[in-house]
Design a protein around this ligand. Structure first.
Ligand SMILES: *Cc1c(COP(=O)(O)O)cnc(C)c1O
Length: 441
């Protein structure tokens, strides 16, 4: 639409179009700008905010309409009476300027059509599931999943008659085919939900194989179940699952994207049609990020590539040191996958970096693990990951304490396992810390 057309339409409908930010520069001299460049300004027009270089934090619960017809037109969009969805800002349970800028920038990392942000990673996951599942449906998922996600599927959605079937994270195409066939016999398959790498084993899921298995099983159906993946551990820098056949990528933005261990938030990126389905649920239940957290995430995204790159380099150095230490049994780190194995093949096809979160198995048991953790001087003893600081925790005694012993064994969660997330400190300082902590074991 040209500006004149817009003006005519505004006159005809009696509305004034919302002032939109000037379209951002996406290309210079035929060169498509990289996400790291676009994070500084994309989606924000300083001239709409008194020239302020950075977006203000818009602390408001509601937005003023220019006139009554504009208000009606807006609600026609929200309620679906007029196609195209909502155009402007209306009420902060639906959207806000900080969240919209954040969502535009988040989508850029994976070349996605659209994105949404949420009050937490779990509220992103819950909102997606509520938007897509019905009683009697089956959720097919990779295993293990983040504990709260398993609880949401098994315990909470289970109360509403939703069923589930799983396959192990490293499953082959044949194994995935078999589980999908079993699921189809049980009911309508609502979605195929993945988490890769799995926590705490770091086992990777073959997203390409899952997507191909889904297409083979549902090729003729009007609506194929979407492949949804929690990409918290490697995304958005080291793994971009939309390129490998996933339809919707979910995040705990609390981790690498937020990156400073000072906020809790979630995200979803994917095709606009799927995102709009989730948006309708988010509008209803109000699981959107708040403006302040959205602003913090805008700041975080400016340094995302710097932080993740440094953390990844640090982890490679620390793991190289730990691998050969006499008190270390082994390390589950994606950088050490054995050539020629199926996991290495998945890694080469899907990932561009090994991340900075890994599992360290000490020789011994709980006593050795606790002695190591208690001796650390730089690394902090805390759950979570992806922050600027290095964290270490004991899954068997902490995050996975309530997991039955049999299951712990199957998942390789021993008493000698220490989970480590490497930050952006000086790598040699970190190595010195691990060295003295291992001496104390
Ligand atoms: C932390 C985490 C979540 C949950 O995110 P919150 O922001 O804590 O709600 C989900 N999935 C994975 C893989 C996580 O690490």
């Amino acid at each position: 639409m040209s500006n004149d057309d817009k003006k005519n339409e505004a006159e005809l409908t009696g509305t004034t179009q919302r002032r939109r930010p000037k379209p951002g520069v996406r290309e210079v001299g035929g060169r498509r700008l990289k996400p790291a460049t676009l994070m500084m300004g994309h989606g924000y027009d300083p001239m709409l905010s008194e020239g302020s270089l950075k977006p203000p934090i818009f602390l408001t619960s509601t937005f003023v309409f220019e006139n009554a017809a504009a208000g009606k037109r807006h609600f026609e969009g929200v309620t679906g009476k007029r196609p195209g969805g909502a155009e402007g800002l209306v009420y902060s349970r639906f959207n806000g300027p900080d969240q919209e800028i954040l969502e535009e920038r988040l989508a850029i990392w994976e070349d996605a059509e659209a994105a949404l942000t949420f009050s937490s990673g779990m509220s992103a996951i819950a909102t997606v599931m509520l938007a897509m599942v019905e009683p009697g449906d089956v959720i097919v998922h990779s295993a293990p999943l983040y504990a709260a996600t398993e609880g949401l599927i098994g315990k909470i959605l289970g109360r509403f008659g939703v069923q589930w079937l799983d396959f192990p994270a490293g499953a082959t195409r044949e194994e995935i085919d078999a589980v999908i066939a079993q699921a189809k016999a049980k009911g309508r398959v609502a979605m195929i939900y993945l988490e890769s790498p799995a926590n705490p084993t770091n086992a990777l899921v073959d997203v390409e194989a899952v997507s191909a298995a889904r297409d083979a099983a549902f090729g003729g159906a009007d609506k194929k179940p979407p492949v949804v993946i929690d990409n918290t551990f490697l995304g958005p820098l080291w793994q971009k699952p939309l390129r490998h056949g996933a339809d919707l990528v979910l995040y705990s933005l609390t981790k690498y994207a937020g990156g400073h261990s000072d906020l809790v938030a979630g995200g979803a990126v994917g095709a606009k049609a799927l995102i709009d389905q989730v948006r309708a649920m988010r509008n209803t239940i109000g699981t959107i990020t708040d403006p302040h957290t959205a602003w913090m995430l805008l700041r975080s995204l400016e340094t995302l590539e710097l932080r993740m790159s440094r953390a990844g380099e640090n982890a490679a150095k620390v793991c190289a040191y730990l691998r050969d230490h006499p008190k270390v049994e082994r390390i589950a780190y994606l950088g050490f996958l054995k050539e020629g194995t199926r996991q290495a093949d998945i890694y080469q096809r899907h990932c561009t970096g090994a991340g900075s979160t890994f599992s360290l198995y000490l020789k011994g048991g709980e006593a050795e693990a606790f002695a190591f953790l208690d001796a650390l001087k730089i690394a902090k003893l805390a759950v979570s990951l992806g922050g600027t600081e290095t964290l270490a925790s004991h899954p068997a005694g902490m995050t996975h304490l309530s997991v039955p012993d049999e299951r712990k064994k199957a998942l390789d969660i021993g008493d000698n396992l220490v989970r480590i997330s490497i930050g952006v400190e000086d790598a040699d300082d970190l190595i010195a810390d691990f060295e003295q902590a291992l001496e104390a074991v």
